[in-house]
Design a protein around this ligand. Structure first.
Ligand code: SAH
Ligand code: SF4
Ligand code: F3S
Length: 477
């Protein structure tokens, strides 16, 4: 979900497909001869935003390219979540610098969370940057690019209380034509003490329900079979219909998207443990096409640390939510985000994170050590006092335990048959398909019969590693 690497694999794949004569990008009415190149880092929201940017630039006459050397405009959509994420961006900027030297006139723009965090400081620090544009200012891109072409560097980091880009039909960039993201809300009001997102993304706001349903319907009609509803805290989705004053909550939204078509799978991310309701769980249970998978970041298994983190739930609260999930949906998979070595964390408190992982039986986790972010409550109030070596040791224990749990959970799938949505050929072999089951596990199996990406098939599992299930197709849907 979090990506610190450029999307190079996607890039080469798409170039190959273009060479085979397929029209890979549907760039709206973009007929222009200018090209933009975009790289995305960070969470799925950023990848989704890059598709909105693609659409806005398409309208302004830019075509996407996977080759930065022919681009008139090079964009990098950035992440500030940890120091490492920002370091990666700075390294990429050095590479763009070389391209710019070879092709003077190429514009370089920084988008996203790091643009928002550093604002015009970026222009001082990085001479090669021509544009700095925050997550709520993408509609302004064509104008800013126009000024930059005339030598006027541009910054727009205005954070909006309303912008949801509801009317913009995203240009699907790294798409496999099967699964797509739909952004349903923006911003975050939670103020977890370690987190930079509320500063880089602004206040929480929910997108018009009808525009979400329209986007899901359009995707289904274009052959997509899976949508992931995205927000930092999807369970607090709340949209008031201005005509009827009726409020749509997340459970109701889920149901409406599930009703678009039984063959359209629904996923969502991220759920906040304090906000995930039984109503959401029952809605999931009622619809076969709402995937039985919940990303429910715990961050820490200890109540004192959770309080310092301002997560607003305790260990017991989290355990009750996990229990409820398994009660209502025994086949549901749960995954997590975990931070090792938060300020003042003791060894005993770290052990509680490990025991929580075992209790929740996570199918997988994204695991990090704490990285202090400037301006956050934690940076202002709590000393970053756990030595790096201790943070790394605790993180390694967390990673090792997750490896074991994932392995065991996956061994439990041996002999089971899953409905799998084919996403494409497996990375390792063209003779195999890869796809996911409802629980979001990657399943790899030999091709046979007349199937294609976007088909549902049934696969019986006969082998499992901690990351992948291997099986055999048993019959078509
Ligand atoms: N909205 C999501 C998380 C978004 S950020 C949620 O509330 O769960 C993704 C993950 O990055 C977080 O869940 C957290 O585990 C991690 N993270 C955020 N800030 C961090 C920091 N300062 N240091 C280390 N990890 C961090
Ligand atoms: Fe950050 Fe917390 Fe908001 Fe998630 S819920 S984005 S961790 S402030
Ligand atoms: Fe990173 Fe911004 Fe997402 S900080 S994790 S790209 S919201």
């Amino acid at each position: 979900m979090y990506n610190d690497n450029p999307t190079l694999e996607g890039i080469s794949k798409e170039i190959n497909e273009q060479q085979q004569g397929e029209v890979y990008f549907k760039a709206g009415n973009s007929t222009g001869s200018k090209h933009f190149y975009i790289e995305s880092y960070g969470c799925q929201m950023n990848f989704s935003d890059s598709e909105i940017v693609g659409s806005i630039l398409g309208e302004a006459g830019f075509q996407p390219t996977r080759n930065m050397e022919i681009a008139d405009l090079i964009l990098i959509n950035t992440c500030s979540i940890r120091e490492k994420a920002e370091d990666t961006v700075r390294r990429r900027l050095r590479i763009f610098d070389q391209v710019k030297r070879q092709r003077p006139g190429t514009l370089v723009g920084v988008l996203g969370c790091m643009a928002e965090r550093l604002k015009s400081k970026f222009l001082e620090e990085e001479q090669l940057v021509d544009l700095v544009v925050g997550p709520d200012a993408y509609r302004d891109l064509p104008k800013l690019v126009g000024s930059a072409e005339e030598g006027q560097k541009g910054v727009n980091v205005f954070l909006s209380r309303e912008e949801t880009y509801a009317d913009i039909s995203p240009l699907r960039l790294d798409s496999n034509g099967v699964a797509a993201f739909i952004s349903i809300m923006r911003g975050c009001d939670n103020m977890c003490s370690f987190c930079v997102v509320p500063f880089t993304r602004g206040r929480e706001r929910s997108r018009n329900t009808f525009s979400i349903i329209a986007e899901a319907t359009d995707l289904f009609e274009r052959g997509y079979r899976e949508v992931t509803l995205l927000g930092q805290n999807v369970d607090s989705y709340k949209w008031e219909n201005p005509e009827t004053q009726k409020v749509v909550n997340f459970a109701q939204l889920l149901e409406m998207v599930a009703n678009v078509h039984p063959d359209l799978r629904i996923r969502f991310s991220t759920s906040h443990p304090k906000d995930i309701t039984d109503e959401v769980l029952y809605t999931m249970a009622r619809y076969e096409n709402i995937c039985k998978y919940i990303h429910l970041p715990v961050q820490s298994g200890n109540s004192r640390i959770l309080e310092l983190m301002n997560r607003t739930y305790s260990r017991e609260w989290y355990m009750e939510r996990v229990q409820r999930i398994y009660e209502i949906m025994p086949d549901c998979a749960i995954s997590s985000d975990i931070i090792a070595g938060f300020c003042s964390e003791t060894e005993a408190e770290h052990q509680e994170t490990l025991s929580m992982m075992a209790y929740a039986n996570y199918s997988m986790s994204y695991m990090f050590f704490y990285s202090e972010r400037p301006g956050t409550v934690a940076a202002r109030k709590y000393p970053d006092d756990i030595p790096l070596a201790v943070k790394k040791k605790r993180l390694q224990e967390i990673i090792d335990l997750q490896g074991q749990i994932s392995h065991e959970v996956n061994q439990g799938d041996l002999g089971k048959t899953f409905k799998v949505l084919i996403e494409g050929s497996s990375k390792r072999s063209d003779a195999d398909w890869k796809g996911r089951n409802s629980q979001n596990k990657m399943v790899v199996f030999p091709k046979k019969g007349n199937h294609q990406a976007g088909d549902y098939v049934y696969v019986k599992i006969h082998e499992a590693t901690s990351a992948t299930l291997l099986g055999e197709m048993i019959s078509a849907h």
